[in-house]
Design a protein around this ligand. Structure first.
Ligand code: SF4
Ligand code: SF4
Length: 169
Protein backbone atom coordinates (compact mmCIF):
# COMPACT_ATOMS: atom_id res chain seq x y z
CA UNK A 1 0.00 0.00 0.00
CA UNK A 2 1.54 3.33 -1.07
CA UNK A 3 1.53 6.45 1.07
CA UNK A 4 0.60 9.47 -1.05
CA UNK A 5 -0.40 12.10 1.53
CA UNK A 6 2.21 14.87 1.33
CA UNK A 7 1.58 15.77 4.97
CA UNK A 8 2.11 12.18 6.14
CA UNK A 9 5.25 11.79 4.00
CA UNK A 10 6.70 15.02 5.31
CA UNK A 11 6.06 13.88 8.91
CA UNK A 12 7.49 10.40 8.27
CA UNK A 13 10.61 11.95 6.74
CA UNK A 14 11.26 13.62 10.09
CA UNK A 15 10.62 10.51 12.19
CA UNK A 16 12.72 8.33 9.87
CA UNK A 17 15.70 10.69 9.77
CA UNK A 18 18.01 8.47 11.87
CA UNK A 19 16.87 5.33 10.02
CA UNK A 20 17.59 7.01 6.68
CA UNK A 21 21.11 8.01 7.74
CA UNK A 22 21.77 4.30 8.46
CA UNK A 23 20.13 3.31 5.18
CA UNK A 24 22.34 5.72 3.21
CA UNK A 25 25.42 4.13 4.81
CA UNK A 26 24.06 0.69 3.90
CA UNK A 27 23.46 1.77 0.28
CA UNK A 28 26.95 3.24 -0.07
CA UNK A 29 28.35 -0.24 0.64
CA UNK A 30 25.83 -2.22 -1.42
CA UNK A 31 26.20 -3.60 -4.96
CA UNK A 32 25.35 -0.46 -6.93
CA UNK A 33 24.33 -2.32 -10.10
CA UNK A 34 21.88 -4.53 -8.20
CA UNK A 35 20.50 -1.47 -6.38
CA UNK A 36 20.05 0.37 -9.72
CA UNK A 37 18.14 -2.51 -11.18
CA UNK A 38 15.90 -2.89 -8.07
CA UNK A 39 15.25 0.88 -7.86
CA UNK A 40 14.31 0.99 -11.55
CA UNK A 41 11.95 -1.97 -11.12
CA UNK A 42 10.31 -0.40 -8.03
CA UNK A 43 10.16 3.00 -9.74
CA UNK A 44 8.21 1.54 -12.68
CA UNK A 45 5.70 -0.04 -10.29
CA UNK A 46 5.34 3.01 -8.02
CA UNK A 47 5.17 5.61 -10.83
CA UNK A 48 2.29 3.71 -12.41
CA UNK A 49 0.28 4.09 -9.19
CA UNK A 50 0.95 7.77 -8.42
CA UNK A 51 -0.79 10.60 -10.22
CA UNK A 52 1.64 13.53 -10.50
CA UNK A 53 -1.24 15.82 -11.52
CA UNK A 54 -2.85 15.28 -8.12
CA UNK A 55 0.47 15.96 -6.41
CA UNK A 56 2.48 18.64 -8.26
CA UNK A 57 4.69 19.06 -5.20
CA UNK A 58 7.97 19.28 -7.14
CA UNK A 59 6.60 22.19 -9.21
CA UNK A 60 5.44 23.85 -5.97
CA UNK A 61 8.63 23.49 -3.97
CA UNK A 62 11.76 23.14 -6.14
CA UNK A 63 14.16 25.72 -7.55
CA UNK A 64 14.29 25.14 -11.30
CA UNK A 65 17.52 25.59 -13.28
CA UNK A 66 17.11 26.99 -16.78
CA UNK A 67 19.61 26.89 -19.67
CA UNK A 68 19.95 29.51 -22.39
CA UNK A 69 18.49 27.12 -24.95
CA UNK A 70 15.51 26.30 -22.71
CA UNK A 71 14.85 30.00 -22.09
CA UNK A 72 15.06 30.67 -25.86
CA UNK A 73 12.59 27.84 -26.59
CA UNK A 74 10.09 28.84 -23.94
CA UNK A 75 10.30 32.56 -24.76
CA UNK A 76 9.56 31.72 -28.42
CA UNK A 77 6.65 29.47 -27.36
CA UNK A 78 5.22 32.28 -25.24
CA UNK A 79 5.82 34.78 -28.07
CA UNK A 80 8.03 36.92 -25.85
CA UNK A 81 11.43 38.40 -26.51
CA UNK A 82 14.21 36.94 -24.40
CA UNK A 83 14.47 40.17 -22.52
CA UNK A 84 10.72 40.13 -21.69
CA UNK A 85 10.90 36.47 -20.70
CA UNK A 86 14.02 36.96 -18.59
CA UNK A 87 12.67 39.92 -16.65
CA UNK A 88 9.34 38.18 -16.00
CA UNK A 89 10.58 34.72 -15.05
CA UNK A 90 14.33 34.44 -14.45
CA UNK A 91 16.87 35.21 -11.80
CA UNK A 92 20.49 35.23 -12.95
CA UNK A 93 23.30 34.10 -10.69
CA UNK A 94 27.04 33.96 -11.13
CA UNK A 95 28.74 32.04 -13.98
CA UNK A 96 25.66 32.36 -16.24
CA UNK A 97 23.46 30.28 -13.94
CA UNK A 98 19.73 30.97 -14.35
CA UNK A 99 16.82 29.98 -12.10
CA UNK A 100 13.08 30.47 -12.21
CA UNK A 101 12.44 33.52 -10.02
CA UNK A 102 9.43 32.19 -8.08
CA UNK A 103 8.41 29.08 -6.16
CA UNK A 104 5.88 27.61 -6.95
CA UNK A 105 6.76 27.64 -10.64
CA UNK A 106 4.59 30.22 -12.44
CA UNK A 107 3.83 27.73 -15.22
CA UNK A 108 1.95 25.46 -12.81
CA UNK A 109 -1.73 26.10 -13.46
CA UNK A 110 -4.51 24.08 -11.84
CA UNK A 111 -1.80 21.64 -10.74
CA UNK A 112 -0.74 20.99 -14.35
CA UNK A 113 2.28 22.20 -16.27
CA UNK A 114 0.98 24.82 -18.73
CA UNK A 115 4.16 24.54 -20.85
CA UNK A 116 4.48 20.75 -20.68
CA UNK A 117 6.00 20.26 -24.14
CA UNK A 118 8.54 23.01 -23.42
CA UNK A 119 9.31 22.20 -19.76
CA UNK A 120 12.91 22.21 -18.60
CA UNK A 121 15.29 19.22 -18.53
CA UNK A 122 15.23 19.19 -14.72
CA UNK A 123 11.43 18.87 -14.79
CA UNK A 124 11.58 16.05 -17.36
CA UNK A 125 14.09 14.10 -15.30
CA UNK A 126 12.64 14.54 -11.82
CA UNK A 127 12.50 12.42 -9.67
CA UNK A 128 15.21 10.65 -11.68
CA UNK A 129 14.88 7.14 -10.28
CA UNK A 130 15.08 5.68 -13.79
CA UNK A 131 18.68 6.94 -14.04
CA UNK A 132 21.73 4.79 -13.26
CA UNK A 133 24.06 5.31 -10.29
CA UNK A 134 21.36 5.68 -7.65
CA UNK A 135 23.93 5.10 -4.91
CA UNK A 136 26.01 8.02 -6.24
CA UNK A 137 23.03 10.39 -5.92
CA UNK A 138 21.94 9.69 -2.36
CA UNK A 139 22.23 13.29 -1.18
CA UNK A 140 19.77 14.43 -3.82
CA UNK A 141 17.46 11.42 -3.39
CA UNK A 142 17.13 11.94 0.36
CA UNK A 143 16.84 15.72 -0.01
CA UNK A 144 13.62 15.07 -1.95
CA UNK A 145 12.45 11.97 -0.03
CA UNK A 146 10.12 14.03 2.19
CA UNK A 147 8.51 15.93 -0.69
CA UNK A 148 8.07 13.41 -3.51
CA UNK A 149 5.71 10.46 -3.00
CA UNK A 150 7.46 8.50 -5.77
CA UNK A 151 10.86 8.78 -4.09
CA UNK A 152 9.41 8.13 -0.61
CA UNK A 153 7.62 4.94 -1.66
CA UNK A 154 10.47 3.60 -3.79
CA UNK A 155 12.94 4.09 -0.92
CA UNK A 156 10.58 2.46 1.58
CA UNK A 157 10.01 -0.49 -0.77
CA UNK A 158 13.76 -0.76 -1.32
CA UNK A 159 14.24 -1.05 2.45
CA UNK A 160 11.67 -3.88 2.48
CA UNK A 161 13.32 -5.60 -0.51
CA UNK A 162 16.68 -5.75 1.25
CA UNK A 163 15.07 -6.48 4.66
CA UNK A 164 16.64 -3.34 6.11
CA UNK A 165 15.85 -3.22 9.82
CA UNK A 166 13.59 -0.30 10.72
CA UNK A 167 14.21 1.65 13.90
CA UNK A 168 11.40 1.74 16.44
CA UNK A 169 9.49 5.04 16.05
S1 SF4 B 1 7.94 24.13 -16.02
FE1 SF4 B 1 6.17 22.81 -15.72
S2 SF4 B 1 7.02 20.84 -14.98
FE2 SF4 B 1 8.61 22.41 -14.71
S3 SF4 B 1 8.35 23.17 -12.61
FE3 SF4 B 1 7.16 24.53 -13.95
S4 SF4 B 1 5.09 23.67 -13.93
FE4 SF4 B 1 6.48 22.06 -13.17
S1 SF4 C 1 7.45 13.73 -9.36
FE1 SF4 C 1 7.05 13.42 -7.18
S2 SF4 C 1 6.77 15.47 -6.28
FE2 SF4 C 1 6.59 15.66 -8.52
S3 SF4 C 1 4.41 15.53 -8.90
FE3 SF4 C 1 5.23 13.46 -9.16
S4 SF4 C 1 5.00 12.48 -7.14
FE4 SF4 C 1 4.75 14.70 -6.85
Amino acid sequence: MLITSLEEISQLALTKEAENIRFKTYLQQADSKWIDSKVQELNTEVEAQIDCILCGNCCKTLMINVTEQEADDLAAHKKQTRSEFDSQYLEKGTHGMMLMNTIPCPFLQENKCSVYEHRFAGCREFPGLHLPEFTGRLFSVFMHYGRCPIIFNVVEQLKAAVAFPALPQ
